[in-house]
Design a protein around this ligand. Structure first.
Ligand code: FES
Length: 581
């Protein structure tokens, strides 16, 4: 069969496979060469004339949360072709929480740069981003936001729950609960090994309101995923149908030129924040939202977020704040059920990937049905939002606490600081029988902030073994790091500025008194300014540095938690519009 080569026509140079030609100094030759190579893969001219849909694939043997990637890719491609597009999948970095040393947060910005640059470098009219595990979705949206093409997010979906001795279990709230039981001597090594087989019952992302589930819901609230896409578990037919719909939708978006900046607006980010608060979602989402919004010119205002939290009740009954798992949320109707209930608090005119507004999408999803996972505004799970922002001399740039997962008795607390200088110090001493610690002390961990240690999820300090054995379940814990969204406790996180850059946290000493008042949004070190200045002068902090490589780039460029720990050179210089407004 004879085929005519696509000719390099300036009029169509901005679309399809003619986009972004490799520079050989001769456009005609560049296109000639590209056509030759792609035809080597067996494509016809007819196929190559269609809108080209890039699909960022993040399958990896190291990432069980993305274990359904082959099925999702097949379904997205089917959807793209049904709608008249040409699907072109390409790999990017994939990050799994448990397989990324020292922490996946160290690599989130690298994944966002990979995603951004591969979307820029390869010819495509629009892009489908497939991710799921915690850092992958923010990384993909950060990268895509910086490019600006029509983009749509597909999450891989949650894992199924398992059963241990007839008790329903799921990652990762129950992972922590059972590990806590083991540390406290309540279960033996054999039962610990037994439950380990059941906690992750299938491929897919963690089954509670951890970061992955939170980001999945945020994607839908932002309008960046097709309606109903957040909740179907990874291994279900519903998830595959969502993938096919995603493929169909992105072709329409490519034709309409519905670029990502038209969807990820201030209104959309406010909707995302509402959902984060109303679902008692992961505190990590605040860092990711700050980073994603920063790419589009916004700056997170923690005090405004705190005010929003006070007027946004927790409606979603999901672990760790509630009792259910993501698959229950799906059976309850998923995000349309939550959004329908939250309607009075949402910006209903925000545009979604479908070209309809969020309000129109909610209307189109029907009137709902009787269920018990999403509560009503009239009878919420908790009267105020899950997250509170704290300020005080210990955190001049702010800190946060997930009050929906905290012990109510500890939210107004003053205690003696028991200080760990870094994660290694914590590991070495936390279980020392001679550790001078009491149940009403406050555990402080320094140097796990963005520059100190790439902000690992180490802010969930374990209860010292000798106190755990006495039945102590919660203590006030403070750090400049993060914690998993699946964790539970009275835990102050993201203390800004961090210890590694000389924030006040660096100068806390054993025996200092610290006051936490969630009611007053206060986190205070009860030490005089003079004494703190004296300590700072006596032991000046030298921020960490590196000789070469990505670590050097990271340490030179990573911002504090309030800017999402993004790299400074990836944030537009004028990104100062406050969010929420
Ligand atoms: Fe991937 Fe929890 S480890 S979502």
């Amino acid at each position: 069969m004879s085929e005519t080569l696509p000719t390099p026509n300036p009029a169509d140079s901005a679309s399809g496979l003619s986009k972004g030609l490799t520079n050989y100094g001769d456009r005609g030759f560049s296109l000639f060469l590209r056509s030759a190579f792609i035809k080597g893969a067996g494509y016809t001219k007819h196929a190559l004339e269609r809108p080209v849909i890039g699909i960022a694939s993040t399958g990896s043997a190291y990432n069980p949360c993305h274990g359904n990637m082959p099925q999702l890719l097949e379904a997205v491609k089917r959807g793209v072709m049904l709608a008249g597009g040409l699907p072109m999948d390409f790999p990017t970095i994939s990050l799994h929480e448990s397989f990324s040393a020292p922490t996946s947060m160290y690599l989130r910005n690298l994944m966002s740069m990979d995603t951004e640059e591969m979307i820029r470098a390869q010819p495509m009219d629009a892009v489908v981003l497939i991710g799921g595990c915690d850092k992958t979705v923010p990384a993909q949206l950060m990268g895509a936001a910086s490019v600006g093409l029509p983009s749509i997010q597909l999450v891989t979906g949650s894992m199924l729950t398992g059963s241990h001795r007839s008790e329903r279990v799921g990652a990762c709230t129950d992972c922590r609960r059972y590990w806590g039981k083991f540390r406290a001597g309540e279960i033996d090594a054999a039962e610990t090994a037994e439950v380990n087989n059941q906690l992750v019952a299938s491929v897919g992302t963690c089954s509670v309101a951890g970061t992955a589930s939170t980001m999945a819901c945020i994607v839908e609230a932002l309008g960046m995923g097709v309606t109903g896409s957040a909740s179907p578990p990874a291994v279900t037919a519903d998830r595959i149908r969502v993938a096919e719909r995603t493929g169909t939708q992105i072709v329409e978006m490519a034709k309409a030129g519905r670029s990502i900046d038209k969807i990820m607006t201030a209104e959309a980010f406010e909707n995302a924040m509402r959902v984060l608060l109303a679902m008692g979602g992961s505190t990590n989402a605040i860092v990711h939202l700050a980073a994603m919004a920063g790419r589009l010119g916004f700056k997170m205002d923690l005090k405004a977020l705190d005010r929003m939290s006070d007027e946004t009740p927790v409606l979603l009954d999901l672990k760790p704040s509630g009792d259910h798992y993501m698959e229950d949320f799906h059976h309850a109707g998923g995000m349309p059920t939550l959004l329908r209930e939250l309607k009075p608090l949402l910006n209903l005119n925000a545009l979604t990937v479908s070209g309809r507004t969020l309000g129109e999408e909610i209307e189109a999803s029907g009137s709902g049905f009787k269920q018990d996972v999403v509560k009503t505004l009239a009878a919420p799970l908790q009267p105020v939002g899950g997250i509170a922002a704290l300020h005080g001399n210990l955190a001049p740039g702010g800190a946060i606490i997930k009050r929906s997962a905290a012990d109510k008795k500890l939210m107004e607390h003053e205690g003696r600081a028991v200080v760990f200088e870094n994660a290694a110090d914590l590991a070495a001493r936390i279980d020392d029988p001679d550790l001078d610690v009491k149940a009403d002390d406050i555990l402080v961990l320094k140097h796990i902030g963005p520059k100190g240690a790439a902000m690992p999820e180490a802010g969930y300090l374990p209860i010292p073994r000798k106190l755990a054995a006495q039945g102590v379940k919660d203590m006030v814990r403070i750090s400049d790091g993060r914690m998993s969204g699946t964790a539970f406790g009275t835990i102050v996180l993201h203390v800004t500025p961090e210890a590694a850059v000389g924030g006040p946290l660096a100068w806390v000493q054993n025996g200092d008194r610290i006051r936490l008042s969630v009611a007053r949004r206060e986190i205070s070190l009860l030490v005089s300014d003079e004494e703190l200045a004296h300590r700072a002068a006596a032991q000046p902090v030298t921020p960490p540095s590196a000789e070469r490589g990505y670590r050097k780039l990271f340490l030179q460029s990573v911002t504090q938690a309030d800017r999402g720990a993004d790299f400074d050179f990836l944030i537009p210089p004028d990104a100062e519009s406050p969010l929420p407004r």
